[in-house]
Each structure stands twice: as C-alpha cells, then as structure tokens.
Design a protein around this ligand. Structure first.
Ligand code: TPU
Ligand code: MG
Length: 581
C-alpha cells in the first residue's frame, strides 16, 4: 500500500494521464464495460465491427473471447452474465445480430443484463441511395434497431461521436437497473472517432433507491397482514437473484421461522441445506411435501416468483386468493394493497426486522417431510438407465459446483440433484430455448473459472449449438458434459409424439476428437452401462486440460416420472379448444 503523500501524487499523475488520454467511441465503450466489472466480451467478427473490435482490444483490462457463431455468442454472454452479473456480446450487422436476437430474447426473459453491441453501416450511407451488404436490400436500415427495441430495455444507434457517451451510458445504466439486455449499434466509421472521456462510473451504476415512505407503508401493511395469518409459507422465484435479494430472503425466512419452498427456476437461490428449506414447489411434480405445505398454508409470500404455463404445470398449480403476497423486483401487492418503487431487497430486509415469528408451516413440514429413498446402484454391466445417471452424478456436486440443466428431461434430472451450500443451479426455464446450455456453459466457465461445471444436455438440444465445445477446448476449460442420448426429443414425445421427434444420431465422442484437431485436450467418451459411466466419470475428473463429454446412451422412452406428468399437463393446456367466437 502507498503512504498518503505518495498516494496523492499517484492520483494527480493518474488524473493527468486520464486527461491526456483521448477516448474514441470504441475505447469509451470498452472503458465502461470494464468499469462495470466485465473482464471479457464475446465476439464474432464482421466487417462492420472490425474497427470497433480494435478499439475494444486497446483496453488491457478486457479480454476478447471468440465464438463460433452469433447465436452461441449471445448464449455465451448470457451464461457469463449468470456467473458474473452482466455481459457483453459484439456482432456484425443483421447476419450476426439477427442470430444473436434469440439469446437476447432469452436474456430478457431470464432477467440478465447482456449488452448486445452490433457494428452497423457507415453513417454516410444512412438515408442515401446506397444499397448495403448484410441488409435486406432496401434503403431503410433502421429495422435492426426497431427489432432490438422489442427485446431489450434500451436500444440506441450511434452515428455521432458527440452523443455516443450519453447513449452508451444510457444503454448500460438501463440494463443494469432493469436486469434486462440492452442494444448498442455503432456505425462502422464512428467507433474510432474521438469522443469525450467517461465521467465517474457511479453515475452509470447507481441503483434507484426505494421510496422511503412507500417502503415503510408496505412493510407496515405486510406486518399487519401476516399478524392475522397462522400458517405463512415463503415461495422463492427466479427473480430473487436478479433483485440481488438472496441474503435478505434468508433473513426474512429466519425471522418468520416458516417453511421455504422454491420454484424450479429458482433452485439454488435459497440454500437447500437450510433447516427451513422445504423443497421444490411445482404442482403435482413438487418434491415430496413441498406442494402439501404450500397448499396447507394460509398465506403464500411469493418472492420474485414468475408464474407461466410451465412453472404452474399447465396452469394446475398457481397460488391464488386472498392469502397471496406478491413481492416482486420493484413492487409489492396483496389484499387491497399495491406498492411500487420499492426494491425487493429493501422490502425483505425491513420486513425481516419487523415481522413476528410464524413457524407453523415449519413444524408441520417437520412432520410430513420424507427423506429421499436410498438408491440402489445398478449392476455395472446392466444397460444404462436415466436413474443410474442421476445416481452417479449426485456425489459430483460439491459446494464449488454449478449444474447447468438444458431444456428437456435434463431439467428434471438436474432438479433431482441435492445442492450443498455454495452449489449453484442454472436453468433457462422462462425462455426454454434448446441449444442454450452448451454456449451458456462456455460463457459461465469463462466468467467463473474456479468453478466445476456440470452440464446436463439432451441429444436434440446439443445438436443446435455443439460447436461451442470447440471454444471450451480452445480455452482449456474443464466442464463435464453429460450428453443424454435418448435418440430423440423426449420432452416433446411426452407432450405430443410424432416422427418429428426423432433425432439423427451422431458420434458424440468422435465429435470431440474432431474439435480437438491438432492441439485440443477435450475428451469424448461413451457409456452404455453403469460401469462404463463410472469409468468415464473417473476419466473426466482426471482431465485437467479440457472439457469432457460423456455420451450416456439410454432408451428413447427412459425418462423421469416428473417429465411424464409435466408432459401430460402441458399437452392438456396446449390443447384447450378456442373460446366460442
Ligand atoms: O431429454 P430430451 O430428449 O427431452 O432432450 P433433447 O434431446 O435435448 O430434446 C429437446 C426437445 C425439445 C424441442 C424440440 N424441447 N423443446 N423443443 C422445442 C424447441 C425448439 N426450438 C428451440 C430453439 N427451442 C425449443 N424449446
Ligand atoms: Mg433427447
């Protein structure tokens, strides 16, 4: 550490250096990305963004991470945001950005601040008679910005260096506040043009405070409401993390003393080893006791909950009625009250300080809880089955593990894993785009290099975005991928079957060899029995230099009981006839 006078000199020198430094639009953007804590940005090059990429490279605190295509680039950034709080992806105009839009829609649905940056046509060509490549071949090139406005919380087009700082700051600030993606398009001739130096980052990252009077009123009303109730229960939803309120939820739980159930999309957002943890509430496919305790309660405090057709199992499981308290990211409402402009974190913390103990649901849950039945290992040479895969994965999950579960039966397999304190679970349940998990695993691994990542991915999903395993190999990242090969879209089979649910088989282990080419250290293994799986896991744990993919071959119809029930209810919900006209 420097002593005080030397410190002052160093500060003056730094300020002088900053003044002398000329910023360009691109280096300004890089500085802002670095200041909000990003260490990486995900990139696919294209002629509209090449000069911008040079400018971003000039920031030594920011590393460029290359992706195989723009869809994967978007998903990688989305995975990085899950690990790191925010992320940036840089793509080229239209041919790149339109592919990335799927992932950006996902970031919107999943409440993740991903900044999508697109190179764009030269400012001189705007409104001119020139037709440009990578466009629709019309003279109006505003369509990408217009599309971006629908799937981001802020979308800006930069064609002038003078206004660039304000527009960049606006986009980043809005994304961080709203926990939603933002879009910045920069004309290719503008990114190297000098612009103003960035002001203090506090102006960009400052959070909107709760309105103190509203907060107070909401807490008073909630305390009075809960005083009248005998059996409150807490239900944790996926927006709890986006609200930055995980600790405060634990504090409220401990003050109330009640049972705490989580929704599937919020697995790991409340510690599973906490004595008040009562499992996953998901209608008829809840973990044992969770549904019963929520149904038994007389007040369900829903915190950051997100109810859709999937999370309610085809609208069969949704807490309703006068006992429901909805505590959302910026709003609380219940029985005759509606309060906005209060932050969830502040509300939970203040409520925890004032609320009276109500532990009836905890006492009752203690009576009805049933420990998971012990699982019997399969014979080592018996045909591999889904249940045996889950059984063998369980001991791999430690406090340093993140489990990433892809859409499909992998959701249900992942949800069956118990998480020790510190383990994390990532699922894309609102957007549910197959193909998300391979690049999200890549991005997550870049963002959390010290963590052991276990990805559960179905064969159908993997085929959308498999290339990103090559990027894991390129960076010597070490996730373990359990590729569940049931030769089809089994989740769709359970909802509605037909020939369209069959998947062309691949040689998945061979694919990793192909990705390795001359210098990679990925391992690809195939398990058809429990014995082969155990051996493959041993090899995976010993592979210190790259990812390991274990193809787990099971029967097309070997799926979890939960998926069968889920599929039936979703099929009923999808098949409701239209209302009479
Ligand atoms: O375990 P399993 O067999 O269900 O998983 P797999 O093999 O990954 O199959 C997933 C099947 C699936 C589809 C085809 N799940 N949802 N869909 C519909 C779908 C189509 N396209 C995108 C981008 N996302 C989707 N969810
Ligand atoms: Mg499958």
């Amino acid at each position: 550490m420097l002593d005080a006078p030397t410190d002052a000199i160093a500060n003056t020198q730094r300020a002088a250096r900053e003044q002398a430094k000329t910023y360009t639009v691109g280096s300004y953007l890089a500085e802002r990305l670095s200041q909000i804590g990003l260490k990486h940005h995900f990139v696919v090059a294209g002629d509209y963004n090449l000069v911008l990429l040079d400018q971003l490279l000039s920031n030594k605190d920011l590393e460029q991470v290359y992706c195989s295509n723009e869809l994967n680039c978007g998903y990688s950034a989305e995975g990085y945001a899950r690990a790191h709080g925010a992320a940036a992806a840089v793509v080229t105009f239209s041919v790149g950005a339109l592919s990335a839009f799927n992932a950006i829609g996902g970031a919107y649905a999943e409440n993740l601040p991903v900044i999508l940056i697109s190179g764009a046509p030269n400012s001189n060509d705007r409104g001119s008679e020139h037709l440009l490549h990578h466009t629709l071949g019309t003279h109006d090139n505003s369509y990408q910005l217009e599309m971006a406005k629908k799937i981001t919380c802020a979308a800006v087009s930069i064609t002038s260096a003078t206004v660039a700082p304000a527009l960049i700051d606006h986009a980043i600030r809005t994304a961080l506040r709203e926990k939603k993606p933002a879009y910045i398009e920069i004309a290719c001739n503008i990114s190297s043009v000098p612009c103003a130096a960035p002001g203090p980052i506090s102006g960009v990252v400052a959070e909107e405070p709760s309105d103190p009077e509203t907060l107070n009123a909401a807490v008073e009303a909630a305390v009075a409401f809960l005083r009248k109730k005998q059996k409150p229960v807490m239900l944790i939803g996926s927006k709890l993390r986006a609200a930055g309120a995980e600790k405060e939820a634990v504090a409220l739980a401990e003050a109330l003393g009640c049972s705490v159930a989580v929704m599937a999309a919020a697995k790991s957002f409340f510690p599973e080893d906490h004595p008040q943890y009562a499992g996953i509430y998901w209608g008829e496919i809840s973990t044992p006791g969770a549904r019963e305790i929520v149904d038994w309660s007389d007040a369900v405090v829903c915190i950051g909950a997100l109810f859709n057709d999937y999370s309610t199992v085809g609208w069969t499981a949704m807490p309703t009625g006068a006992g429901v308290v909805t505590a959302d990211m910026n709003r609380v409402h219940f029985e005759g009250h509606d309060f906005s402009r209060i932050r969830l974190r502040d509300f939970l913390a203040a409520l925890a300080r004032k609320v009276e103990k109500r532990d009836a649901t905890m006492v009752q849950y203690g009576r009805i809880r049933s420990p998971r039945a012990p699982e019997k290992p399969a014979q080592p040479d018996a045909k591999l089955m889904r249940a045996e895969i889950v059984r063998q994965i369980r001991p791999l999950v430690t406090s340093n593990t993140t489990v990433i579960a892809e859409t499909g039966d992998s959701w249900f397999n992942g949800l069956q894993l118990e998480l020790p304190r510190g383990a994390r679970f990532e699922i894309e349940m609102m957007w549910g785009s197959i193909g998300w998990s391979a690049p999200a695993t890549f991005g997550y691994a870049v963002g959390a290099p010290g963590r052991r990542i276990i990805a559960l991915i179905g064969d159908g999903s993997f085929q959308l975005t498999a290339q990103e395993v090559a990027q894991m190999i390129r960076r010597n990242l070490r996730p373990i991928i359990f590729l569940i090969n049931n030769h089809g879209y089994t989740i769709e089979v359970e909802i509605h079957d037909g020939p369209y649910n069959n998947v062309k088989n691949w040689d998945y282990a061979g694919l990793i060899q192909a990705f390795n080419a001359e210098d990679g250290h990925g391992r690809g293994l195939r398990a058809t029995t429990g014995g082969e799986l155990a051996e493959a896991i041993r090899v995976a744990l010993a592979n210190k230099e790259g990812p390991t993919l274990i193809e787990c071959v099971i029967h097309r119809d070997d799926c979890s009981a939960d998926l069968i029930s889920f599929g039936r209810q979703v099929s009923i919900a999808n098949g409701r006839p239209p209302r009479p006209e």
